[in-house]
Design a protein around this ligand. Structure first.
Ligand SMILES: Cc1cc2nc3c(=O)[nH]c(=O)nc-3n(C[C@H](O)[C@H](O)[C@H](O)COP(=O)(O)OP(=O)(O)OC[C@H]3O[C@@H](n4cnc5c(N)ncnc54)[C@H](O)[C@@H]3O)c2cc1C
Length: 456
């Protein structure tokens, strides 16, 4: 390791390489607090050429490389196990916003919210909106296939990546796709990289599709006395021919936690809430929200409120985005699950979550993007309580088994990383895993790209 550090220091501009123990500490963590690690060095690259240098030297030395954006991942995907943490946070330039082709070209370290603000200033829209958008990077979003509340109508990051540059071990730069919408020109390699969690190569540039910004948006908050009524509303709304841009769900413990943080005045005794948004033509938005409000009332909602202005809407979103961190009020640690289900299985899965919480005697607050079948049951626990930890592990496995039995899968948007790796065989057949291994060998024959993540 000493050799490669001195070679990197020699080959790169001054200050790019960090190897003193104090500087390394933060790179051993991400948003998944249950897994940690430590790199032997960090390289803060500022250009594609610098990433090429790192991956050329790393291949020559057989040194593992762990790509990193903002480290907000919830699966331990960027956590290093020795080797080099390859940090893209300083490669944060928007290279082009092409308002005619509706495409943008960006470096991987651009923060998601900064990018959204830049395109919205030009009347354009980039929908993928993970709740971490003020921290997460576009490179991290592409590598995890990040989603967010607006994916019900607009799809995940995957639907917006049209091309990329990726540096492979050894230093080759793979250039794929471009500023065009359609391609039937061979294998779609950029889509293979989306969601590959840094295991194939390091993304150094992205071409992202944009769409026109919807002229109006309106937001409803509906409170329910029965969790199952809230869950059943999804089918009723979509069945009425309405496709909201957002259909978010929170159960009672989550409501209690966000109320402590944001003081929205939510009653303590409601069982569930839905946060619903429609966007588009202002007249259509009003009509759709009025219809949805009626459907909610007919479907058992105790109260339906519409955000009267942008400030009220922003308050609701602030509260929604605080739900994941606010769960620390229940227990010091959490294991956030991310199951993705067919819509028809949402109500049965909500029931199974309640049964699992009872059977294993665990706290299991649940929220999620219920409109697209993506639920986040969160196992909150105290790591100092060994008996509780054992129950949590069993409950986690039971949750994944239930999701798979109901036709779903292990992760909808957070990825597998280190945290979910042991459970992957529950959701992916052994033959498919063997193909994953062979695919990885094509891009990374010596196995230095984010080793130990996802599978294998
Ligand atoms: C409070 C909170 C809320 C969240 N809400 C959501 C949500 O609503 N939806 C959602 O999808 N996620 C959510 N997340 C998870 C997380 O923010 C996303 O997974 C995000 O995409 C990670 O981006 P990042 O820049 O932090 O990547 P990191 O955590 O740094 O890395 C994530 C993965 O991408 C790889 N990677 C990063 N950059 C590159 C690159 N340039 N080339 C190759 N590989 C790379 C890493 O190796 C790692 O495997 C949330 C996280 C938090 C803490």
């Amino acid at each position: 390791m000493f050799n490669i550090v001195s070679e990197l220091e020699f080959a790169l501009p001054e200050g790019r390489v960090l190897s003193d123990p104090e500087s390394l500490i933060v790179y051993g963590y991400d948003g998944a607090t249950a897994v940690t690690g430590a790199p032997e060095a960090v390289v803060n690259v500022r250009s594609e050429e610098e990433a090429v240098t790192v991956l050329r030297l790393a291949e020559a030395h057989g040194t593992p490389v762990f790509p990193r954006g903002a480290g907000s991942g919830l699966a331990g995907g960027s956590i290093p196990q020795g080797g080099i943490a390859l940090n893209f946070a300083a490669m944060n330039h928007i290279l082009e916003i092409d308002t005619e082709s509706l495409m943008a070209v960006v470096e991987p370290g651009v923060v998601t919210a900064d990018f959204q603000a830049a395109v919205e200033a030009l009347g354009l829209f980039y929908p993928p909106d993970p709740a971490s958008l003020k921290q997460s990077t576009l490179g991290g979003n592409a590598s995890t296939g990040a989603g967010g509340p607006r994916c019900l109508k607009y799809g995940t990051t995957r639907e917006y990546v049209r091309g990329m540059h990726a540096v492979l071990p050894g230093g080759m730069v793979l250039r794929v796709g471009g500023k065009y919408l359609k391609s039937a020109t061979g294998y779609n390699l950029s889509q293979l990289f989306v969601g590959s969690e840094g295991t194939l190569g390091a993304i150094t540039q992205l071409t992202l599709r944009l769409i026109p910004k919807p002229p109006a948006v309106g937001t409803l908050l509906a409170l329910f006395d029965r969790l199952e009524d809230a869950a059943a509303l999804v089918t009723r709304i979509l069945g009425a021919g309405i496709l909201p841009s957002v259909l978010e769900f929170m159960d009672k413990p989550c409501i209690g936690c966000i109320e402590q943080v944001s003081k929205l005045g939510l009653p303590a005794d409601v069982d569930a809430l839905l946060l619903i948004e429609c966007d588009g033509n202002p007249v259509a938005v009003d009509a759709e929200l009025a219809r949805i409000a009626t459907l909610c009332t007919e479907g058992g909602a105790r109260r339906v409120d519409r955000a009267t202005d942008e400030e009220a809407r922003e308050q609701l979103w602030k509260a929604r985005r605080s739900v994941s961190p606010s769960l620390s009020r229940l227990r010091p640690a959490k294991l956030g699950e991310d199951v993705s289900l067919p819509r028809a299985s949402i109500v049965p899965m909500v029931r199974r979550i309640q049964q699992i919480a009872q059977e294993f005697d665990v706290l299991l607050p649940t929220f999620g993007h219920i409109g697209d079948g993506n639920l986040h049951p969160n196992l909150v626990f105290d790591p100092r309580d060994a008996a509780e930890m054992r129950r949590v592990e069993k409950a986690a496995e039971a949750l994944i088994r239930a999701a798979v039995e109901l036709g779903g899968t292990l992760s909808g948007e957070h990825g597998i990383g280190l945290l979910k790796k042991a459970l992957l065989p529950l959701a992916v057949p052994a033959d498919n895993l063997a193909i994953y291994t062979r695919l990885k060998q094509v891009f990374d024959p010596s196995g230095i790209m984010n080793p130990g993540k996802v599978f294998g």
